[in-house]
Design a protein around this ligand. Sequence first.
Ligand code: AMP
Ligand code: ZN
Length: 481
Amino acid sequence: MYLYNSATRKKELFVPNNPDIVKMYTCGPTVYHFAHIGNLRSYIMEDVLEKALRYAGYNVKRVMNITDVGHLSSDADTGEDKMLKGARREKKTVMEIAQYYTDAFFDDCKKLNIKRPDVVEPATNCIAEYINIVSTLLEKEYAYVSGGNVYFDTSKLNQYYIFNSHNEEDLAVGVREGVEEDTNKRNKNDFVLWFTKSKFEDQALKWDSPWGVGYPGWHIECSGISMKHLGEDLDIHCGGIDNAFPHHTNEIAQSESFLGHKWCNYWFHVLHLNTGTGKMSKSTGEFLTVSLLESKGYDPLVYRLFCLQSHYRKNLVFTYENLDNAAKTYQKLIAKIAGLNFDDAAPVDEAVLASLKEKFQKALDNDINTSLAITAVYDVLKAATNDATKLAAIADFDYVLSLDLIAKAKALKEKQASAVKTVGEIVIEGEGDPEIDAVVKARAEAKKAKNWAEADRIRDELKAQGIEVVDTPQGAKWKRV
Ligand code: AMP
Ligand code: ZN
């Protein structure tokens, strides 16, 4: 499998440190609010990566943190803790907020068929691990105490920036426009490992430490949780592209300084989902959540398909028009699969199945090319083979795509079977859409009244909507084409 590695800016052959187990770490959500569908784009594509690795035959151990402390509203270590803000907004405790939004996150994941990682660890569970890393960094003089906080000293590194080829000045947190400089820092990129002092004195969760009562910085949690469950080396680290700097850059700085060797080999970054007007936000514009899409009548898996249709390394623009197109594609795809014979008793043609699978695998092996992987499903439908083989291939691919293709097609077939209705003497068989049934019935009535012009007009009107009506001795049958 070839994967693009943001650390080297190249597509590279993926070779795990240990062929028996791929160690994968994912930055989890900050649970101060619902996840927006932009956040969930990242989790969908990371889910596909994990499943593609398993499909390729690897064992995977995947770990995800839950950020319930330390993620400040500013990257420059000067803002307020997001969790505290969330708790205040909802007049609840930080822990109540964390539980509520963690559950909400996994409910959304379930609706999107995102598999739960093997290990899910809240940041507040691992304070001892962070204290251990910070102590060692102080001993090794990669860290210093200033103004009550412990900072990582970026001047001790030969190379701090990993992911960017931009002008370093533009990226430096300390000089970003509108960001207040922390005068405790020796260098503008230094970051907090452990806070005991903040201008926001009312931090809810605090722990004792050798440097006083306080709380960990956001970056240290991912290093600590990853090492706790995956040890001293990591194959793949994932996250949205906004996490590359400073979060992942800082994770690398502290992890490698602590360990004294390279930590993670491949960095998988998902580009952003944007709205037509720009960045997706929880505070401005429409707060786009899975529940909101559902309330508007969209199946969450339509959103998953929408994400799979484009490559994870391209920005994706969300509009309802684009989502409607994905909904139509999904509906048509399910209808095509429902057209296969699920009772085909013919044996699966193993040679054909293997060649269909090879095409699918090839798409995934090329840096998780999900749109090509979807094309491979259409290739199955067009293949010169029996329906049993086609259904076996689609079920196999759906392990990775997770679009419920077989279950939805079966449900549609059942609906179609029960949609045979006798309206007076008029029998209509369709896909279970009452509105279209009514139009087809009107056409049948026009025919019965020998109003051929009206019957033809209705047939043309349906055709324009992509619906074909066939008259059979049993009555009118319609389907989407
Ligand atoms: P957070 O809950 O803010 O810690 O973010 C959770 C995940 O969503 C991280 O991996 C972010 O990098 C990612 N993310 C944030 N905004 C977007 C977006 N608009 N599109 C895709 N991923 C995003
Ligand atoms: Zn992280």
